[in-house]
Design a binder for this molecule. Structure first.
Ligand code: FAD
Length: 436
């Protein structure tokens, strides 16, 4: 198994390169069968590269269409990365898309046209959910790692057993494939909602209103979503992209009459735009030079030394951006200055773009921010904040924008605990986590 190929890619240009490098080592061994799991951007990129290197990959996609997270989003969601940065390097956006931040439909059409252009559809098995992966080492023995090109494989004699379920079949239909390599591209912002845990009698069961996860809300079409929140007291838990988008939608529907309450556990360095004090953010952090400023897992001595030498510059860039966000969003006034650094936010790929006019809605009173909501529970009437001697926050609807458990999902696709243990996050704030 090539660990380089664990691709769940959110930075396309960087990852495109890393997949390409790994694939370059496969030249001359084109009979190997490669399975790709997931038909989002990452899976499609991996598929295109495998084909370009002479392979005939099989891509398993559990749904009936490609595009992953972009197949259905909250109605108002747009790309939050400027279009030129969110672009396949070998397939530019069409001229017809003029917006810097295209909407969901445009992104989806762009992804589909990429797949058509590189003739990827014939490789895709739709409605095929990979239930598990298991490596059968072909008798090479436990713990034996082999160098293959520049990458290590656990054994080049063994095969991966890919167990696939046909999701259309009424009775479960399972098929097993044997392949040489697997590229796992199952995404991190879908599948398993991250649900907070509550002590007994403090969970949603005691609440008389309705509780949904942002994933359910995003599945609604626009008019259903509007009716779902209209005239209701809505509380949104979470302050990342989904939480902010949902709060904006609720405040548009209900105005100051029924402010939308947002519970915030951790303030974030969310960006107002990509031009801090007039300088393009890309020049500071989103380029190949800036990659040298951060420590990476498994880096060699020279790269580690370079990252250490460049640390004052990293610090200066970080402070520069932080000062801009603080100023632009008046974070101190709103009590929203994060305790962690912007670099930490950026390298964990959790920076969101604040929807235009968000803090104006806070000022006018149609969005109400409740800060330092470390933990909470439910009462009959709404939300009770632990450690706050305040009245419950009355609500008819609570929307949990609490994210996804992507790492857990990724881990458990492997049957063996040995491979599950390879999937690990990093606690080192200066290091690059898995998904960068
Ligand atoms: C609302 C929203 C807005 C975003 N905006 C931006 C942005 O502006 N800029 C940015 O850089 N990133 C953004 N992202 C991050 C986004 O996740 C990535 O940009 C990118 O689309 C992820 O692609 P992916 O292929 O890694 O994962 P996904 O798009 O999640 O695709 C994974 C695919 O794998 C399939 N799959 C999962 N499990 C299995 C299985 N067991 N068997 C078979 N198939 C399976 C899924 O059905 C899905 O099609 C956003 C994410 C969301 C949710």
């Amino acid at each position: 198994m090539k660990l380089e190929l664990f691709a769940s890619l959110s930075k396309k240009r960087t990852k495109e390169t890393s997949v390409a490098v790994a694939m370059a080592n496969f030249e001359g061994r084109k009979k190997e069968v490669i399975a790709i799991i997931g038909g989002g951007i990452s899976g499609l990129l991996a598929c295109k590269y495998c084909i370009s290197k002479g392979f005939d990959p099989i891509l398993f996609e559990s749904k009936s269409s490609i595009g992953g997270v972009w197949t259905k989003t909250i109605g108002s969601t747009k790309l939050q990365t400027p279009k030129p940065v969110y672009q396949f390097s070998d397939f530019p956006w069409p001229d017809s898309v003029n917006q810097v931040f295209p909407d969901q439909q445009m992104v989806l059409e762009y992804i589909e046209s990429y797949a058509r252009h590189f003739d990827l559809f014939s490789h895709i098995h739709f409605n095929s959910k990979v239930l598990s992966l298991n490596f059968e080492d072909g008798g090479s023995g436990d713990g034996e790692w082999n160098l293959w090109g520049e990458a290590y494989s656990y054994s080049n004699k063994g095969k991966w057993k890919v167990t696939v379920q046909d999701t259309r079949a009424i009775s479960p239909q399972i098929q097993i494939y044997q392949v040489d390599f697997v590229v796992v591209c199952v995404g991190r912002f879908s599948q398993v909602p991250n649900m907070p845990e509550f002590p007994q009698n403090k969970g949603p069961e005691v609440f008389e209103g309705e509780v949904v996860h942002s994933m359910d809300y995003s599945m609604m079409d626009s008019s259903t979503a509007t009716n779902f929140v209209k005239g209701k007291q809505v509380a949104v838990v979470g302050f990342q992209k989904s939480g902010m988008d949902i709060a904006m939608e609720c405040s548009t529907v209900n105005g100051v009459e029924r402010p939308c309450t947002v519970l915030i556990r951790t303030p974030h360095w969310n960006l107002p735009d990509y031009f801090p004090w007039g300088l393009n953010l890309g020049y500071l952090f989103l380029n190949r030079f800036s990659e040298l400023m951060v420590h990476k897992p498994g880096e060699g001595f020279l790269l580690s030394l370079l990252a250490t030498i460049l640390s004052p510059l990293r610090w200066a860039f970080t402070k520069y951006i932080e000062s801009y966000i603080k100023h632009k969003h008046q974070l101190a006034k709103h009590g929203m200055v994060p305790e962690h650094s912007f670099l930490n936010e950026l390298s964990s790929c959790s920076v969101s773009l604040v929807p235009e006019g968000f803090y104006e809605r806070v000022e006018e009173g149609s969005i109400k921010l409740i800060k330092k909501a470390e933990s909470f529970g439910f009462s009959k009437e709404g939300i009770v904040l632990d450690g706050h001697a305040t009245e419950p926050i009355k609500a008819d609807v609570v929307i949990l924008a609490t994210g996804f458990n992507g790492l857990d999902y990724l881990k458990h696709i492997f049957e063996s605990t040995k491979y599950q243990e390879f999937i690990a996050g990093s606690d080192d704030s200066a290091a690059v986590p898995l998904y960068r």
